[in-house]
Design a protein around this ligand. Structure first.
Ligand code: NAG
Ligand code: NAG
Ligand code: NAG
Ligand code: NAG
Length: 631
């Protein structure tokens, strides 16, 4: 390049031949660059991503060397910016210093339990943040119970982590009372963050905290915390079976706090977290990331469609976390004149389907949407740093070197990876859906589930490509297209096989969602005696004041979906049952199947000769089950 420039300075009008050379070289270079960027349109963004990975890697290394935990990160923030707003909740604002002082009171109130594991059943509220910090100050690990679980399930989760203390939010007092005898039999100390209602065996923690001075507890209380000590137990959503407790080490917690800046959040952003803090997205990515960046967090007890934009406007929110469903709910509201009146520049999350993505941008945009993939019990993440609609990430040479992963063929019928005659797994060709497996290495470790060695072992896949190698089975089906974009397809449990084909339930749900009378669709497979695999069924909810149009549904479904993927049965629900993270509950629906005796009407069956969906009668049902009618 420099020789070109020196050449240029020497040029005179008489140097025509040289001039020609100069311009042809320039043209050549230009064309090469043009060709290069045509071939590799995202080269610069790919490089930028690699740079941020390197930056994150070196920061993590420093954390590791210094035994630097999230608590240290928080205390640094308190030092540097004591009066900056940290948590905004309704009309309450708490600065970094105030949260620190509250956490000192918590540490003092619970000092007697120092070194144990505490279970929290708290909704999103500022106290959750200072209780968390306070417990870290006295070397306690924290088990974050999903606030939707009850009774047996609650006891199951509580017992996963051998906690000796349970702290419940005031609104969960009754829930806790229901299991109090079992807890007391195990000598568990139960606190309520508020009035204990005079119930024997409950203690009022709010009062106890209030009585404490707000000065720091001795740091020696946490001298035994190492990077490999448990920090949190986070439960995987209970979509299938009982929840499992994923162990999060201090090392992992601080490592994951850097993810938020990789997603594009900056130190002057205001982050809105309407997702529950008992899940990885809200806590490990959102809250921990906010502490690392030292930013202001706007918390909300529960996601609310009607309050969402009001909150964003009121608190000058510039970035928020979403999951696909919350974005769909927002798009389903009536349009208003001030849809675009907000300061949000960035939305980060996962599960956003392409149709909603477009809708959202059209109504509320333009803003940056960054999808990412990261399973709470997984050990890999992808970031769609290009903003490609529908993708969760992008194959990046460097990333793949550091975190070796592969998409392999999955046998949906037997619900396990397919193996070739040598007993090894088989990578899928580009463009086809496969199960994501990630090599378990030092940089990509897998901590496993607390108190559940079988489940932990189940996630480990051995002899994948070579005898003795170990991969993590993410249970997620992904697809990589010819331009290297990665698409999330489904959870393994959420695929079913019919007529020798894999049907991805989210894909069918997307198609149903295009019908203007359908609000939400939940698609699953149901068994029919005498048939292999499962036939498609959908449970849908309807938009207000709209009817299910049998003929239009038929035309749309048969027009768009291949025969094997069409939902044979459609039932209409009043409302969709969701898990704590708004994931749809399928297991119950699958169990109920399509028996008109079990499923209350309206229940429809796809009827080719009428060219419509028709109500499923008991007689018709019997002839399907009896085998007179075959699909
Ligand atoms: C970090 O913790 C480890 C193990 O607990 C200890 O051996 C090491 O000396 C600590 N390093 C620093 C810098 O404190
Ligand atoms: C830290 O561990 C040592 C050795 O096990 C123990 O003697 C000490 O009491 C522990 N410190 C605290 C604060 O628990
Ligand atoms: C966190 O990052 C460090 C440095 O890359 C790594 O050594 C450590 O294994 C990571 N911890 C976890 C639990 O992922
Ligand atoms: C998504 C996720 O949690 N990935 C983890 C995989 O392993 C790396 C390396 O240790 C962790 O830092 C990531 O957080």
């Amino acid at each position: 390049m420099s020789s070109l420039l020196t050449q240029k300075t020497k040029l005179t009008a008489t140097d025509l031949p040289k001039m020609d050379i100069f311009y042809s070289v320039l043209l050549g270079a230009g064309l090469t660059a043009a060709f290069f960027f045509f071939k590799f349109p995202h080269f610069l963004q790919d490089c930028r991503y690699i740079m941020s990975m390197l930056w994150v890697g070196s920061k993590r290394e420093k954390f590791r060397e210094r035994n630097y935990t999230l608590l240290d990160s928080f205390l640094d923030r308190v030092q540097k910016q004591p009066h900056k707003s940290f948590i905004v909740f309704g009309d309450e604002v708490h600065s970094y210093l105030q949260v620190d002082q509250e956490s000192n009171k918590v540490a003092r109130a619970l000092q007697a339990h120092s070194g144990s594991t505490m279970a929290l059943m708290l909704g999103n509220e500022p106290a959750m943040v200072w209780i968390l910090m306070g417990l870290f100050k006295i070397n306690c690990a924290v088990s974050l119970l999903n606030t939707n679980i009850r009774a047996k399930s609650l006891l199951h989760c509580f017992n996963c982590c051998t906690s000796s203390v349970l702290i419940a939010g005031a609104e969960y007092r009754e829930v806790v009372c229901d299991v109090l005898p079992e807890l007391q039999a195990k000598r568990v100390c139960v606190y309520v963050l508020g009035d204990d209602g005079g119930v024997e065996g409950l203690h009022n923690l709010a009062e106890k905290i209030e009585r404490q001075p707000n000065t720091p507890v001795p740091p020696s209380l946490r001298e035994n915390i190492s990077m490999n000590s448990p920090a949190l137990y986070i439960y995987t959503s209970g979509t299938t079976g009982l929840p499992k407790a994923g162990l999060v080490l201090h090392s992992r917690l601080i490592n994951s706090s850097l993810f938020l800046s990789m997603l594009g959040v900056k130190s002057d952003d205001v982050l809105y977290i309407p997702l529950p803090l008992y899940h990885a997205a809200g806590l490990q990515i959102g809250l921990a990331g906010a502490i690392e960046l030292g930013i202001t967090v706007v918390l909300r007890r529960k996601f609310s469609t009607s309050q969402f934009w009001k909150d964003c406007r009121k608190h000058d929110v510039t970035a928020f976390q979403y999951i696909g469903e919350t974005m769909r709910y927002l798009c389903n509201t009536p349009e208003t004149d001030n849809d675009r009146q907000h300061k949000v520049r960035l939305a980060i999350g996962n599960g956003l389907r392409a149709d909603v993505w477009h809708d959202f941008q059209r109504r509320f945009g333009p803003l940056e949407i960054t999808e990412f993939y990261a399973a709470s019990d997984g050990n890999i993440s992808f970031v769609n740093y290009i903003g490609k609609v529908g993708a969760v990430g992008r194959v990046n040479f460097f990333h793949k070197k550091v975190f070796p992963y592969a998409l392999i063929q999955f046998d949906a019928e037997r619900e396990e990876p397919a193996r070739n005659n040598k007993g090894h797994c088989v990578p899928v060709p580009t463009g086809e859906t496969g199960l994501l497996v990630v090599k378990i290495t030092k940089v990509a470790p897998f901590a496993g589930y607390a108190g559940n060695p079988e489940q932990t072992e189940k996630k480990r896949l051995r002899d994948v490509f070579q005898p003795g190698d170990v991969y993590l089975n993410t249970g997620d089906l992904l697809k990589i297209d010819h331009s290297n974009f990665i698409y999330f397809q489904d959870r393994v449990g959420d695929t079913f096989r019919w007529k020798g084909e894999n049907v991805a339930t989210t894909e069918v749900a997307d198609v149903l969602g295009m019908l203007d009378f359908i609000e939400d669709a939940n698609v699953y497979g149901v068994k029919i005696p005498g048939h292999e695999g499962r036939v498609g069924m959908a449970a849908v909810t309807l938009k207000e004041n709209l009817e299910f149009d049998c003929r239009e549904a038929f035309n749309h479904v048969t027009g768009v979906l291949p025969v094997y993927a069409r939902p044979r049965f459609i039932r209409v629900l009043e409302s969709m049952e969701l898990t704590g993270t708004f994931k749809q509950v399928k297991v119950k629906l699958v169990k109920e199947g399509f028996d008109p005796k079990v499923v209350p009407p309206p229940l429809y069956v796809l009827h080719e000769s009428s060219r419509s969906y028709v109500p499923l009668t008991q007689t018709y049902y019997s002839s399907i089950v009896g085998g007179e009618i075959r699909f």
